[in-house]
Design a protein around this ligand. Structure first.
Ligand SMILES: [Zn+2]
Length: 317
């Protein structure tokens, strides 16, 4: 049973918005695009692993996706955590294309592709550290002696994997259901305790909200305002006769501003006043902006010019 569903990570949404809002030729565009590509591949890998977890009997396993808990040295994040009566299993998912070589003597993972060789930290170390932090979290929350296991799951079925030693805890996603079933031996937690623990884990989850502009040292003033065309991504569309018009491809849209307002929430602020959105959408009429915002049914506080609207950063548009 899935207790916590996987959501598109906020970081990924922010990077995609940032890429859309950087002008062509901006010095940071390449770095943002590379980070976005890496994060998207990671997310796609996690999603593909979720498919195999569906083969587990749903009454015996509780599954929590993308959990970020307070640890003794800052937060720690787990791609997936599986709870069953015998143990807790931390999954660290890697979606890496090309040839992957685990060199355990130096605790590193080397990826070879047409772009050459890249060295990464051994994901086993990462997963081991997460398992250790989870054990500490459990102790602090009065769950003593609950075993915690970990696995590194390789989501890319076409990658070629080699290693200098036998890797017990590195597996392909297709082997995941069988492996988890074999790990579920013995009984440490009752069904009631499992449910209670899963609830406590979900309550303790604190999703990361990174400032991507600060991370790339990009000034807000560098970002493009306006409404993108949903057909050709042209910017800005113009509003006339109750529709947005694309000057590049001729596309018309009634609601192209919704995606732009979502970008505003991701990169500027999730709390916004009418005048700020009017400038951002490049509109010249307060009344029209108010109507567009009212149609979106955003929650708000206050009246008239001091009214503040709240944009849900996670909302899909
Ligand atoms: Zn267009």
């Amino acid at each position: 049973m899935i207790v916590k569903e996987r959501q598109v990570p906020l970081r990924l949404l922010k990077l995609a918005a940032l890429q859309r809002r950087l002008p062509e030729g901006h010095t940071k565009l390449q770095g943002v695009a590379a980070d976005l590509a890496r994060s998207s591949a990671g997310y796609r890998g996690e999603e593909s692993v979720d498919h195999y977890l569906k083969f587990l009997p749903c009454d015996a396993y509780l599954i929590l996706h993308d959990l970020r808990l307070p640890g003794t040295h800052g937060f720690f994040q787990m791609d997936t955590l599986i709870l069953c009566s015998s143990t807790l299993i931390v999954l660290e998912v890697k979606n890496i294309a090309g040839e992957v070589y685990f060199e355990n003597s130096f605790e590193q993972m080397i990826r070879s592709s047409e772009r050459g060789q890249e060295v990464f930290q051994n994901p086993l170390l990462q997963a081991e550290r997460q398992a250790w932090q989870l054990r500490e979290w459990l102790k602090r929350n009065e769950y003593r002696d609950v075993p915690v296991e970990f696995l590194v799951v390789l989501a890319n079925e076409r990658s070629l994997v080699r290693a200098d030693t036998k890797l017990e805890r590195v597996i392909r996603s297709a082997s995941l259901p069988g492996r988890i079933e074999r790990m579920n031996v013995g009984r440490h937690l009752s069904a009631e305790e499992l449910l209670g623990l899963s609830r406590q884990l979900v309550e303790s989850d604190q999703p990361a909200d990174v400032d991507v502009l600060q991370r790339f040292l990009i000034k807000r003033g560098d970002l493009l305002t306006g409404v993108h065309c949903p057909a050709c991504a042209g910017l800005p569309m113009q509003y006339r006769w109750r529709s947005w018009h694309c000057l590049r491809c001729g596309w018309k849209s009634k609601d192209a501003h919704v995606a732009a307002i979502h970008d505003y929430g991701l990169l500027w602020s999730s709390q916004v006043k009418n005048a700020q959105i009017r400038t951002f959408l490049q509109l010249d009429c307060d009344q029209l902006t108010r109507r567009l915002l009212a149609d979106m049914k955003l929650p708000y506080e206050g009246e008239r010019k001091s009214r503040v609207y709240f944009i849900d950063k996670f909302e899909k548009v």
